[in-house]
Ligand binder design. Structure first.
Ligand code: ADE
Length: 246
């Protein structure tokens, strides 16, 4: 099955990295059909205007509703009216983007992304869009970017790698940070000694149970040090007797 992704932006070139690496390969294999649309193609004035001053006053500019309305109509017309895309609008005022959300979105056949700029998009665009498709405003984190494009790059990467077939070795998705509430364990490769720093002995022991225990302990230690908030939400049932000692 091909997953369809549409992105609307005034800077289509910002999305060029989606031609590279895993996502580029997935597109060429036909696993992902990704179309980027220039919002300015849906303007009708000589200056291809997409913004104007805010009603009620205030700093900055607001994206006008007309080009957005036409752009979203154009995206909707690409597929069946009874199975529209889920529209994601990145913004610092959205619900937090998480691995669980990425997993959920990776199951959907069609996603659309609307990249806002300036002070945001006229609210009527959201109201109108909600009459035709599910709409979610999603934030990457508690900081402000200049526009949605970088957030879309991050979200599409997180989602696309969970689409079946995109990553060759599906096992590499299992033990990742944020898949089971713990951060990843530290990893090492050759040489066994580098600048007098040794690889932890247990990893060279060939003792699989001891290695698994060491890795789990490191995950717990790391999570406690870097993300105590995550440790606090871990289910007691998911901890074994040895875990409690770490
Ligand atoms: N656009 C601007 N800031 C953003 C953020 N933190 N997350 C997603 N989109 C954004």
């Amino acid at each position: 099955m091909t997953v369809r992704l549409d992105v609307v932006s005034i800077f289509p070139d910002y999305l060029a990295p989606l031609d590279l690496s895993l996502i580029g390969t997935a597109r060429r294999k036909g696993l992902i059909d990704l179309q980027v649309h220039d919002l300015r193609d849906f303007t009708h004035d000589r200056h291809r205007t997409v913004d104007d001053t805010p009603y009620g006053g205030g700093a900055g500019m607001v994206m006008r509703p007309e080009p957005w309305g036409e752009a979203l109509d154009h995206v909707l017309a690409q597929g069946p009216a009874d199975a529209p895309p889920h529209l994601i609008v990145p913004g610092p005022g959205g619900v937090p983007f998480t691995q669980a959300m990425a997993r959920d979105l990776a199951q959907q056949p069609w996603l659309a992304f609307a990249c806002g700029r300036y002070e945001g998009i006229d609210e009527r665009v959201y109201d109108e869009a909600r009459e035709h498709m599910p709409v979610s405003v999603v934030s990457l984190g508690d900081y402000v970017l200049n526009g949605g494009e970088v957030a879309v790059l991050a979200m599409v990467e997180a989602i696309a790698r969970l689409i079946p077939g995109v990553i060759g070795n599906a096992l590499s998705l299992v033990e990742e940070s944020h898949e089971d509430g713990l951060l990843e364990y530290p990893v090492y490769t050759k040489p066994p000694v580098w600048r007098a720093r040794e690889v932890p002995e247990v990893l060279l022991s060939g003792h699989h149970a001891a290695i698994a225990r060491w890795r789990r302990d490191e995950r717990l230690r790391r999570t406690a040090g870097r993300r105590p908030d995550m440790l606090a939400t871990l289910d007691e049932q998911d901890l074994d007797a040895r875990d409690r000692q770490v």
